[in-house]
Design a binder for this molecule. Structure first.
Ligand SMILES: Cc1cc2nc3c(=O)[nH]c(=O)nc-3n(C[C@H](O)[C@H](O)[C@H](O)COP(=O)(O)O)c2cc1C
Length: 452
């Protein structure tokens, strides 16, 4: 079926990370504390997501850690290695690995991603990041003192992606003849060198691996800064964003789609997946108890020490983690930290407890609209999908495996009954799940959208 003929349905991606997004999730009674380095555990997560007919199993990454890092990232697998193992344990779900454009050569990455794409039979995606230096010591692992400055990172990323895509097209699809009779293995006219000479890279090519069953891995991106968005409108096919209310998500969605159209691309061929942190239970009250149970695993000492470090100059000694943000003044600080600029409106609007602020700043905050019964969660997703806020969702379960199990067992069937989500995979490649066209080889006639 072509992209246009297919009914628009929700796209789903599962963020697989150890015991879940919540910083204290590893302490939960249902959590397996060594999950982030247990391949059997990851295989099961990917299989659960596949049972739920998810489009994507997603693996994030960073390139440095320190003592304050999230416990789930202190001891974990390199993403392309991991998705290759997950591909071998599944048959349909797309597997997306994060890889940075800032600290590797494009040839290496083009090669390993394309290898994984072949091994998975066309199910790989690349989450292109320029690397957020959360630990403050990333550059020190790569022979530099300073992390590249933001605009520089994105300039490099643009050239990096151009080189990678060029390398992926080293061989035309019918270049390999392998004719035993005549002794002709390949057609030299269908082998292309990119001979790239740019500001950052000098790469001759060709790549020593041809195109995969889906042509190229799907390009995914999650930078929501101005530079990040400008990069994405030219390069990405799927993007992730996190917004905590409908109006903000709608504004982002509309603005981004307009930018995509202005850049000369079809806005329907770039999917916006909004990150969600749902907590699901039989009743809204039971879900709230679940949320509180998870939040209670943060110790006062740990939480207040983090906040004191994050907000230098604020004295947290009179407060506990139950204190509301407005009593501490952190909701109205004039404070130019980029992370805070993003979170300050949420803190001002919701007036969360310091416990919840800690969850928000460490990447797991379940707004009230996503804490409740499966019907309530499904209603919210349906509304966001139908009212111009999202093409789909990235499930960032605060607790794993419970959060993924609950979503697959309880929310997915509701979305399916409402005709909002697939009941079977339509094809076998990630591009076919997403309804994205196979990129035409520049040396070959344009190919039609995937329809297998
Ligand atoms: C769902 C999601 C997943 C992300 N995964 C990663 C990741 O694995 N590695 C990373 O460095 N940044 C990750 N990010 C953050 C962005 O890629 C980006 O680094 C961050 O937004 C800063 O870039 P920006 O300044 O362009 O916004 C993720 C963001 C979202 C919303």
């Amino acid at each position: 079926m072509s992209t246009a003929a297919r009914k628009r349905q929700i796209k789903l991606s599962a963020y697989l990370v150890g015991t879940g997004m919540h910083v204290a999730s590893w302490r939960h009674p249902n959590a397996q504390p060594d999950a982030s380095i247990d391949i059997d555990y990851y295989r099961k997560l990917a299989q659960t997501a596949e049972r739920g007919k998810f489009d994507i199993a997603f693996i994030a990454d960073s390139l440095a850690i320190n003592e304050q890092s999230h416990p789930n990232i202190l001891n974990r697998y390199e993403p392309i290695t991991l998705i290759t193992a997950l591909a071998a344990a599944t048959t349909h779900i797309g597997v997306v690995a994060t890889a940075s454009t800032s600290y590797i050569e494009p040839f290496n990455l083009a090669r390993s991603l394309m290898s994984a794409d072949h091994i998975s039979k066309g199910r790989v995606g690349w989450n292109i990041v320029t690397t957020r230096d959360l630990s403050g010591n990333t550059a020190l692992n790569f022979g530099s003192k300073e992390h590249y400055e933001h605009a520089h990172r994105y300039k490099r990323a643009e050239e990096f992606v151009k080189v990678v895509k060029g390398l992926w097209d080293s061989w035309e699809d019918d270049a390999f003849i392998r004719d035993k009779e005549s002794g002709v293995f390949f057609d030299p006219s269908k082998l292309h060198r990119i001979n790239h000479q740019g500001e950052f890279f000098s790469v001759q090519g060709p790549l020593n691996i041809g195109r995969s069953p889906q042509g190229h891995p799907v390009l995914v991106q999650a930078g929501t800064s101005e530079n990040g968005q400008n990069f994405a409108v030219h390069s990405a096919e799927v993007i992730f964003s996190i917004k905590y209310n409908l109006a903000d998500a709608q504004l982002f969605y509309r603005t981004f789609k307009e930018k995509t159209a202005a850049a000369g691309r079809n806005p329907d061929e770039i999917y916006i997946l909004q990150g969600i942190f749902p907590i699901i239970a039989e009743t809204d009250e039971a879900a709230d108890v679940k949320r509180k149970q998870l939040e209670a695993l943060i110790t006062d000492e740990q939480g207040l020490a983090f906040l004191a470090d994050y907000f230098p100059g604020v004295d947290f000694s009179p407060f506990t983690l139950e204190t509301r943000a407005s009593e501490t003044g952190i909701d109205r600080l004039d404070f130019a930290k980029s992370d805070y600029v993003k979170h300050q409106p949420v803190i001002a609007r919701e007036n969360p407890t310091l416990r919840q602020v800690y969850s928000l700043l460490t990447g797991s905050f379940s707004g009230d609209h996503l804490v409740g019964t499966p019907e309530k969660i499904a209603d919210t997703l349906q509304q966001w999908f139908e009212e111009g806020a999202a093409d789909g969702f990235m499930l960032l379960a605060p607790l794993l495996p419970d959060g993924l199990d609950d979503f697959v067992n309880l929310v997915v069937p509701i979305l399916q009954q409402r005709g909002l989500f697939r009941t079977e995979y339509e094809g076998s490649t990630l591009r076919s799940h997403l309804g994205l066209p196979v990129p035409a080889h520049p040396g070959a006639p344009a190919s039609a959208p995937v329809s297998s």
